[in-house]
Design a protein around this ligand. Structure first.
Ligand SMILES: C[S@@+](CC[C@H](N)C(=O)[O-])C[C@H]1O[C@@H](n2cnc3c(N)ncnc32)[C@H](O)[C@@H]1O
Length: 292
């Protein structure tokens, strides 16, 4: 670490070989791709972790995180530090409205007609839980009292343990509501003090959280039998090869006829041809074809 001449926090500097080693390591372990221009980003995210380790230097840190004895624990901390967790309730409303109107309601109608009141949704890379709780609120709004007759599971997964802890706690500040109307905040959260919103039991009961790294192929294979997968604003952090592997796994995780939503600035163009592209007003979705 280089001391800050102004007496502030010491800045982390990665040499080019250290940057190469670290980004190769992150790519191998998590599929994360840090382009050449992202050295500064990696340095700034590493800074807090090195401070927590009594200002350990970068060489010492690389030895720690790659060590057979202590590396696995430290990898968790590293991934918590370097991943981007930006999210909010009801993020990208046009996409959620398309999901509600063109996918969810139809799926529910079909299932009810077949006397199979069961729905499984995976919020993949859910960060601190705003996305799966949003989906839970939407389901409660659509089904009303009927939801008691349904077997609904929403699974939120992420690689980062720090955000999953927050998701399980279900407590949020006002910033998480920047893309939400007051209606949802007051109906589905209990306000504690001036600024702490705690998710109520009804949406909480529908959601379970677990750690999952898309690069862990064995764990990914266990994710089965989903009707809808949301993997929004995560594919941008991977290179083409990793995207192809992860999306191929999502396809395996979906039931025939199931739907995949990616972020509104993301696409499966060049990534997968296994899905049918659906155009909705203000949103795209991908559908796993039904067998002929
Ligand atoms: C920007 S957030 C997206 C949150 C939410 N889906 C949304 O759109 O608001 C990206 C998330 O991807 C997670 N992530 C990054 N690499 C991952 C990996 N290899 N496996 C699973 N999750 C990963 C990060 O920890 C982060 O929480």
């Amino acid at each position: 670490m280089t001391p800050d001449p102004k007496g502030g926090a010491a800045a982390v500097e990665l040499t080019d070989p250290q940057f190469s080693q670290l980004r190769e390591f992150l790519y191998q372990r998590a599929g994360l791709h840090f382009a050449d221009g992202k050295k500064f980003l990696l340095e700034s995210r590493l800074q807090q972790r090195l401070r927590e380790l009594d200002n350990l230097d970068v060489a010492g840190y690389l030895a720690l995180v790659t060590s057979p004895a202590r590396g696995a624990d430290e990898l968790r901390n590293l991934l918590d530090a370097v991943t981007t967790h930006e999210t909010s309730f009801f993020r990208n409303r046009p996409q959620l409205e398309a999901f509600n109107k063109h996918v969810l309601r139809k799926l529910l109608e079909q299932r009810a007609a077949q006397q199979q009141r069961r729905l499984r949704i995976w919020s993949a890379a859910c960060s601190s839980g705003e996305e799966p709780y949003t989906l839970a609120m939407m389901l409660i709004e659509v089904l009303g009292e009927e939801i008691k007759r349904w077997n609904v599971r929403i699974v939120g997964t992420d690689i980062a343990h720090n955000v999953l802890e927050k998701a399980k706690l279900g407590e949020y500040g006002r910033y998480s509501f920047r893309t939400t109307t007051a209606y949802f905040a007051s109906k589905y959260f209990e306000l504690r003090g001036r600024d702490l919103f705690c998710i109520r039991d009804e949406p909480r009961r529908l959601v379970e959280f677990m750690a999952l790294n898309f690069a862990d192929a064995a764990s990914m294979r266990l994710m089965r039998d989903f009707d809808v997968i949301f993997c929004r604003n995560a594919l941008i952090y991977f290179d083409l090869d990793a995207k192809r592997r992860f999306v191929a796994q999502f396809e395996q995780s979906l039931n025939a006829g199931g739907f995949l939503f990616v972020g509104h600035s993301e696409s499966l163009h060049g990534v997968s041809e296994a899905f049918k592209l659906l155009h909705f007003p203000g949103a795209l979705a991908y559908q796993k074809p039904l067998p002929h």
